[in-house]
Ligand binder design. Sequence first.
Ligand SMILES: C[S@@+](CC[C@H](N)C(=O)[O-])C[C@H]1O[C@@H](n2cnc3c(N)ncnc32)[C@H](O)[C@@H]1O
Ligand code: SF4
Length: 269
Amino acid sequence: MQLLDRGMLKFDYQFPLYNFFFPTQALNVYQPGRNQFAEMMVTANKSARSRALYFHIPFCESICSFCPFTRGLYKRAEDIDRYTQALIGEIEYKAQVMDLKAVPVRAIFFGGGTPSLLSPRNIYDIGEALHRHFDMRDVQEFSFEFNVTSVTEDRIRALAAIGITHARFGLQTTDREWRHLFNLDPDIGKIERAAELLRGHFGHVLCDILYGMNGSHEQQTLADIDKAVEMGVSNVDIYPINNAATSVKLHKQIKARFADVMPAMRKLT
Ligand SMILES: C[S@@+](CC[C@H](N)C(=O)[O-])C[C@H]1O[C@@H](n2cnc3c(N)ncnc32)[C@H](O)[C@@H]1O
Ligand code: SF4
């Protein structure tokens, strides 16, 4: 294929994204014994000069129709408490089989699901475990994902205390019809208040925007970017919707409502 002067064409298709399915949801996972696990961890970390940690919090208050991540509706706060204890237990287990402090941590990311459903107590407990077991002196980014409905003062205080530097939340879109199709709260005021609260405590506040849905229009994306800028966020992560990963219900609703399809090239442009 001749790409010279037609560089854009190279990108006229979309790769599948596998991070949607992390952590993998298998029943019979490989469970090495303690010595075998220790050997694997030590070998894997032999030449590491810095570390990045990812924590997955798979609970949500409601399910957005576009979202295929590893997540589910939670029923009781105790489930989140138990999960938090399991995460801390995992850090402690790893700390017994290898020296976690030997390699400094540079980046930490709490993603989901909805990490902002952790209670202040959960946040302090995980933070304490992190600072006790890892070398945190070189951390340059400590990111935490919020859903705007769970942005509260007491959570923010706990997160600031454990060292969060980057607060991230999903704006997705301000368009009322699309918010309805996505099963998102229609109240934009809630998003504005959450952004303001976050800006008061964190140096970096980032939001996600989704674009390129079949039947949507560029004007909408531009309006969403304007809204993000107006709210004073420091960065915007703009995601082209991955239609292969959204819910069947959303596919059907879009098909019933809109006739036009958004080609990958138009998304890119
Ligand atoms: C794991 S979600 C976490 C966001 C957080 N729970 C919230 O609701 O704000 C991270 C981001 O992935 C993006 N995303 C989700 N589903 C997507 C899809 N089907 N295609 C492209 N991006 C998607 C959304 O912009 C979302 O904010
Ligand atoms: S976008 Fe966030 S809140 Fe919505 S279902 Fe996905 S993880 Fe949950």
